[in-house]
Design a protein around this ligand. Sequence first.
Ligand code: KG4
Ligand code: ZN
Length: 331
Amino acid sequence: MILAIETSCDDTCVALLREDGTVAVNVTSSQAELHNRYGGVVPEVASRRHLELINTVVDTALEQAGVSFKEVSSVAATSGPGLIGALLVGLTTAKAIAAVRRLPFIEVNHLYGHIAANYLLDRPPDFPFLCLIASGGHTLLAQVDSYAEYTFLGSTLDDAAGEAFDKGARLLGLPYPGGIEIDRLAEGADRTAFDFPATARTAKELDFSYSGLKTALAYLLKELPEQEIAARKADIAASYQHAICRQLVDRARLAVRRTGIRELAVGGGVAANSELRRMLAELCTEEGAELYLPPTELCTDNAAMIARAARHLEPTPYPDYLAFDAFATSQ
Ligand code: KG4
Ligand code: ZN
C-alpha cells in the first residue's frame, strides 16, 4: 500500500492506496473553522494546526483501513506548490515514516495530484486529455499526454478562480471558504440579474484573469443601496458565480477546439462548483467531447489524488530522499 500525505494549504490529509490503484481510505481534516475568523488561511496558523493533527490523522487512516505500518510499501507526500510551512509538516512526517522503515519515498507536485484525481474514476480519461484545474491557488489548463508528461496551455495572470470565489464571498459577508457558500446561496437564483465582465482579455488566449471581476463586484456593492444588496444577495452571488464559470468554460472550449482533443477532465476545489459542473457538461455535449468529473471530495484537496499520482512516479530509495525540500511555487 502507498501511504500519502497532503498538507499544502489548510487541510490535513492522509490516504492509503492499494496495489491495484483503488483507495483503501481517504481522510481529510479541514481547518476551515479555525481560519474563518480571519477571512482566509493564515499560513502560520495552518502549519501549527497541521503539526497538531498530522499524527492523529495518520493513525486514523491506518485504523479505518484496518492496516498497520507493516503493510505500507511506499510513502508519498506533496512537496509543492503551496504554503511552505504547511508543506514541510506533511513532507517531513512522510519522510520520517518512510525512513524508519527504509521504505522508498515519492514526492508529488500538488497540481499533478489534481490531474491524477481523474485516474481514480471508474473510467479514467484516455491520453491525450485536457485538464482544467481551478483551485484557491491555481487556475490553469493542462494538456496531459501520458502519466509522465503534461504541458500547461494557459494559466491565470492574477487571481485564481477559487480566490475570486473566496474574495467575492468576503465582500458579500459570507464565511471562509467562500466557494461553497456562494454555490449554496446561488442555488435557484437568477444568474442573469447582474452583468459582470465574464471573459477578460488576455494576451495569450488560454490565460485567465480574475482581478477585474472581483473589482466589478466591489463597485457594484458600493453603488447598490444596502437594502437592495440584502434583498438580492442570492442573485448577485449567482451572477458573480456565473461570470467566474463562464471564463473557465470559454477557455476550456477554446482549448478543445485548438487542440482537437475531445477528452476534458477537471480538478481543484472550484471543480466542485455545481454551476461549473453543469456548464462543463453542456460544453462537452455541444463540442462532442467526453467529460470527466471526479466526485467533489476528490476535487478539493485530498491525499488520495496524491497517492494515485505517486503510483506513476519513480520512487526514490532510502536514504536519497532525506534532503528533499518543499517548494512554495512551481519552478
Ligand atoms: O483545491 P483546493 O481544495 O485547494 C487549493 O489547492 O487551493 O481549492 C480550494 C478552493 C477555495 O478557493 C474554495 O472556495 C473553492 O476551492 N471551492 C469552491 C467550491 N468548493 C471549494 N468554489 C466554488 N464552488 C464550490 N462548491
Ligand atoms: Zn489544491
